[in-house]
Design a binder for this molecule. Sequence first.
Ligand code: MN
Length: 281
Amino acid sequence: MKIIKKVLSSTFILSLALSIQAAAQEALIFPLGEKAANVHHTGDVWLSHLSTPDSTFDYSIATATFAPGARLDWHTHPGGQHLLITDGICYYQERNKPLEILHKGDVVKCQPGVEHWHGATPDGGMTYLGVTGAQPTIWLEKVSDADYFVNKKNNAKSMTTEQEIIELSKQKWQWMADKAVDKLAGLFDAKAKFVHMGGSWGTEQELNIIKSGGIWYKQADIHEVSVEIIGNTAILLNKITLLAVVGGNEVTNPFMVTEVYVKEGDKWKLGSLSFTKLLNP
Ligand code: MN
């Protein structure tokens, strides 16, 4: 009896150890690296240089891990930067623009010379892969506590779910107008359905159409918006006048747009977008 118990408990400990090991391996894709000296950031940041520029490759690749509350100072990259979020939630802000809240799997393309900062949220750690042009980063002033925590006050967590969905929907119209396919790809669920006057299709085709300019959602004037939350699903109705360029021709139509969002983990994804043409604008 005693022996059986012992066997059971050591099996339990072994499986526990294996699951902890698996979790740790999942969390850390690349080495954590060295803790960086506090010269150009606030809080604790670890850096691991994965690839340095050479005569063939004009960019560096590094992974950075931020403790909760840690953030870089304002800065610019003369050669631009991609950030690929691999874990946690990332704050990213460009000068004179609203804070963006990015999640694991999101990709940011920061244009050369644009003043910006990025870091963790006050409540959680964050890791990204940074692909940065070879020219040295130009460091500016610190992100003050006041600015950083104002962001916390305004971030999605303190909004009601309804407000969060309305903001997300507005951001989506902007991304569609900007043909920001990389951002839309992060928002659209891979199995999402899009219903238009001319037919219905899936995410890949929708993204291709936006990218190619087949349909350019140039400007959506929002007249009314309402949201219903049903469990982990949000249904948003948008009464809009849409100025679109379809096959090279500008067309203006009044639509009721139905947007269905589904909460996947801690992120809302668009599951469906349907355009219903209204008889009366
Ligand atoms: Mn940067």
